[in-house]
Design a protein around this ligand. Structure first.
Ligand SMILES: [Zn+2]
Length: 117
């Protein structure tokens, strides 16, 4: 199994998502970052053969950063369903690893967040 496929996915806090990888390392990051990285054409725009057909539209919607479900898609990734009804974002395992690495929160950042609760 490639090392970028998470062994476990958890929600340590309502606003956090945590992936545990094959090597037992864990990356925890904010759900808002996860939503920001939504890879669907609606959020990121779509470029086909060098032409951009739609530009990413970022609009605030109530519940947009509240995750309601993560559904496995085949054996290549997961689909996120958000409380605002958005569910077209399919994150491949490679994308998850990239997002987790980019938005990884350190232990002290996590402590700071929990102090604000
Ligand atoms: Zn999207």
């Amino acid at each position: 199994m490639p090392s970028y496929i998470p062994k476990a996915i958890s929600r340590p806090r309502p606003y956090l998502l945590s992936f545990t990888w094959a090597d037992d390392t864990t990356d925890t990051f904010l759900l808002t970052a996860f939503r920001d990285e939504c890879p669907c054409a609606y959020c990121k725009g779509e470029t086909i053969m060098g032409t951009t057909y739609s530009f990413g539209i970022k609009q605030f919607a109530p519940g947009m950063n509240e995750l309601t479900a993560l559904t496995p898609v085949g054996n290549y990734g997961i689909q996120a369903t958000w409380k605002d009804g958005h569910d077209t974002g399919i994150y491949t395992w490679e994308m998850l690893k990239t997002i987790a690495t980019k938005h990884h929160l350190t232990e002290s950042e996590l402590n700071e967040l929990s102090e604000k609760e």
